[in-house]
Write a protein that binds this ligand. Structure first.
Ligand code: IPE
Ligand code: IPE
Ligand code: MG
Length: 256
């Protein structure tokens, strides 16, 4: 936890465990920028791909813990539209890890009641991966314990660009009036159309930036940054983030 932020925790009422989470204030929707896999590997003198592998284990743990704590929607940034800039070796390695994750995710999801969704532009992904994603989405659509969304080849600006193209086509065809483009209409055409906006954004590894993640949806989220590297992010780390969230007063532009 960032020590500079200690001031945001109000004193708990007498007899209340200051470390306990407020069950009434568990964020319904949590978005994570899981950053620091490469540095996690470097710290252990391993190659970057080992870091991504450890990152997948941390994702599994985050899913379990989020679900146990009562989070309903979890969205993780797994590959950005900018991550293609990395070496072919790293990109291929990440895609292969994804293949291996997807190969048994339906079986695991059915045990955990996990609904898997994917956001981002699939057109640049290999056909077998797209097939596996569609299979996972189809087979887990009936589960409702936790909605787990994977942002893959995702960029907030790219999502807005694709959304604008969709809307422009409707205007061109005469099925949508320009004046009818409300915030709600835009939201309903984003990749996240069926998902609520995140209440809490977590970014690991000490970077204080959005890196093109959910730029529309995070408009009113609470932001939590931690120096912990993603492979080291565990149950306690998630609880710490939610504890931080518990201490925030959300105003949405109003006055309390
Ligand atoms: C995040 O970890 C995972 C992906 C972007 C795929 P990084 O790979 O960015 O790790 P660092 O930032 O280099 O440590
Ligand atoms: C953001 O992390 C993308 C993902 C976690 C998938 P990056 O490591 O790519 O972001 P930058 O380059 O530090 O902004
Ligand atoms: Mg990074």
């Amino acid at each position: 936890m960032n020590k500079d932020l200690d001031y945001i925790f109000p004193d708990p009422p007498e007899g209340v465990d200051p470390r306990a989470l407020d069950p009434e204030r568990i964020p319904e929707s949590v978005a994570i920028i899981m950053d620091g896999n490469g540095r996690g590997a470097k710290k252990r003198a391993l190659n970057r791909l080992k870091g991504h592998k450890a990152g997948i284990e941390a994702v599994r743990e985050a899913i379990r813990c989020a679900s146990d704590l009562g989070v309903r929607y979890l969205t993780i940034y797994s590959f950005s539209t900018e991550n293609w800039k990395r070496s072919t070796e790293e990109v291929t390695g990440i895609m292969n890890l994804l293949r291996s994750y997807l190969s048994n995710c339906v079986e695991r999801a059915s045990k955990d009641g996990l609904r898997i969704r994917v956001i981002g532009d699939r057109s640049a992904l290999d056909a077998d991966i797209v097939e596996m994603l569609e299979h996972a989405e189809r087979e887990t659509a009936k589960f409702d314990k936790l909605d787990f969304t994977i942002a893959l080849n995702y960029g907030g600006r790219d999502e807005l660009r694709r959304t604008m193209t969709k809307l422009a086509k409707q205007v061109q065809e005469g099925t949508l009036a320009p004046e009818a483009i409300t915030e709600d209409v835009i939201a309903k055409h984003l990749d996240t159309a069926d998902l609520p906006d995140p209440d809490l954004l977590i970014r690991t590894s000490g970077e204080l930036r959005l890196s093109n993640y959910l730029i529309w949806q995070l408009a009113y989220a609470e932001f939590y940054f931690t120096d912990t590297l993603w492979p080291d992010f565990d149950k306690e780390s998630l609880k710490e983030a939610i504890r931080y969230y518990n201490g925030r007063e959300r105003r949405f532009g109003g006055v309390k």
